[in-house]
Design a protein around this ligand. Structure first.
Ligand code: HEC
Ligand code: HEC
Length: 460
């Protein structure tokens, strides 16, 4: 099972995390709202030595089985760490000809993702536990002096032990939440047969030892060179530190960020779109894609990190879907297999993604079935009122509603939250003009807005 995480690594990562309480606390709890001259949002801290190692690893194609693909190949820094091309899925493997099964998410704003848990919907937001990205590990902590400045958004979450009425899965990395942190996540693409395609962990270990032995022993001590598990966990740590410290992974420079900070004015269409996005009887988008600053000045994540089954249409452009018996059921697999994947109420559920930089994405949803934000928004409001516009029909003309989920799991599909609570023939919650306004708002979420330049342009 090359796609499964080596669980023996987890305790090591957790243990190593204990060695840097100071750094962890400092990172999580200091939104830079304190600087006098600037508001602290524009500083680029220098990368610590561990993060610099992570940066080298991130861009190094020699770490892939075929020598041609690095993390940056799919997570392109020029497009907010998402693919710049418009393929539904990306090709990987030894000869870059093996199709993946899911759309590549952006790596921006992943650091505030909480660990995977299943808890009560309401209490989950309240209690406090540090985000996994802030309990990072490493013997090289002396070097991790560079504080992360800016509006970090470590969100709190409780692990549920008591059974609650409404248990909602939340958090974790990937569309199915199958690993808990950026540290743990790093090995997976390296050994995935349709990503970087190394034969196994030992191959990755040998490559790291050869290519980075000197760097790694300088940071983590010589002993690590003879300890495969430790080495893998520390390079996961280095890759994670890079994603935490490098400012371009979480710049908070969208027009909407400037708007929230009182430094940009939305156009009429954008402002109408925001209102519809928030309105519980219209878009109701903000009920899952949280868009308000928190009381302590943290910027919104545009996700609540919770899992939902939306029932997106099947995408024939994914080669695996050629097999009619094949389904991607999110938490229930094919890539996740643990106690949660065996529970039928989790089947069809995918993690709510951040909508930050969504205007720069080429394909939408876990299966990349949509290519425009208009089509995504139309899906939400017409899925149940006009399913014939959303799903294909069979030979007899019958609409194949929810065609990407086996019948026994369709009961998991959300028909309670607006705008997905309407019935066949009802008026959709948004008309075409309103959809256009919501899309105008979504486009304000792209980083790289310049209030001086773009603001003047807009005023003209
Ligand atoms: C062949 C393309 C490809 C390469 C190369 C690749 N990834 Fe990914 N990455 C993906 C896909 C596809 C997903 C989503 C997979 C899923 O949800 O099952 C993903 C998901 C992730 C996530 C989780 C993001 C989220 O939204 O939860 C992280 C973090 C990540 N990759 C980091 C990396 C790192 C670090 C590397 C290099 C070691 C890397 N990736 C290499 C395609 C790639
Ligand atoms: C009940 C929670 C919920 C509500 C309400 C909701 N979303 Fe989502 N959103 C999700 C989930 C879950 C996904 C991922 C679904 C998947 O991939 O199968 C998603 C995905 C998206 C995506 C694709 C992002 C990407 O990177 O692929 C967009 C765009 C989006 N939502 C916009 C909206 C808009 C606009 C609204 C309001 C009209 C809205 N959402 C309402 C939960 C929600």
């Amino acid at each position: 099972m090359p796609l499964q995480i080596n669980h023996r690594l987890l305790p090591l990562i957790a243990l190593a995390g204990l060695s840097l309480p100071g750094a962890a606390v400092g990172m999580a709890s200091e939104p830079a709202t304190n600087s006098a001259a600037t508001d602290g949002y524009d500083d680029q801290p220098t990368l610590s030595a561990v993060a610099q190692l992570g940066k080298k690893l991130f861009f190094d194609p020699s770490l892939s089985g075929g020598g041609q693909m690095s993390c940056a190949t799919c997570h392109d820094p020029a497009n907010h760490y998402a693919p710049a091309n418009d393929h539904t899925i990306q090709l990987g493997g030894l000869h870059l000809d093996q199709p993946g099964i899911r759309a590549v998410p952006s790596l921006a704003y992943k650091m505030s993702t909480p660990s995977f848990s299943i808890g009560d919907e309401s209490t989950a937001d309240e209690a406090a536990e540090a985000s996994p990205m802030t309990e990072a590990s490493g013997a090289a902590l002396a070097n991790a002096s560079a504080a992360v400045v800016g509006p970090l958004t470590a969100q709190a979450i409780v692990k549920a032990d008591a059974p609650a009425a409404n248990l909602v899965p939340k958090g974790g990395m990937f569309w199915d939440g199958r690993v808990d942190s950026l540290e743990e996540q790093a090995l997976q693409p390296m050994i995935s047969p349709f990503e970087m395609a190394n034969a196994d962990t030992a191959t990755v270990y040998a490559k790291l030892k050869k290519g980075y032995g000197k760097d790694i022993s300088a940071l983590f001590g010589d002993n690590i060179l003879n300890d495969q598990d430790m080495m893998i966990s520390e390079i996961g740590f280095a890759l994670a530190r890079y994603q935490v410290e490098e400012r371009s992974f979480h710049p908070y420079t969208s027009k909407y960020d400037y708007y929230l900070r009182g430094k940009a004015v939305l156009t009429d269409a954008e402002a109408r779109g925001l209102k519809l996005f928030d309105d519980a009887n219209k878009g109701n988008c903000a009920s899952c894609h949280l868009d308000k600053m928190t009381g302590d000045g943290q910027m919104p994540n545009l996700t609540d990190f919770e899992f939902e089954a939306l029932g997106a249409p099947r995408n024939p452009a994914i080669p695996a879907n050629a097999d009619a018996r094949y389904y991607d059921t999110g938490i229930c697999g094919p890539l996740r297999s643990d106690i949660y994947s065996a529970q039928p109420q989790n089947c069809g559920l995918f993690k709510t993604p951040t909508l930050r930089n969504v205007g720069a994405r080429h394909v939408f949803f876990h299966n990349g079935v949509y290519r425009t934000l208009e089509d995504v928004t139309r899906f939400y409001v017409k899925r149940d009122t006009n399913p014939e516009e959303i799903y294909p029909k069979d030979a007899s003309g019958k609409v194949l509603k929810y065609d990407d989920l086996p019948a026994q799991y369709q009961i998991n599909i959300d028909v309670i939250d607006a705008p997905m609570n309407r019935k066949l023939g009802d008026t959709p919650a948004l008309n075409d003009a309103e959809i256009a306004d919501v899309v105008a708002f979504l486009k304000t979420l792209t980083d790289g807005y310049d209030p001086a330049k773009d603001g003047i342009k807009a005023a003209k």
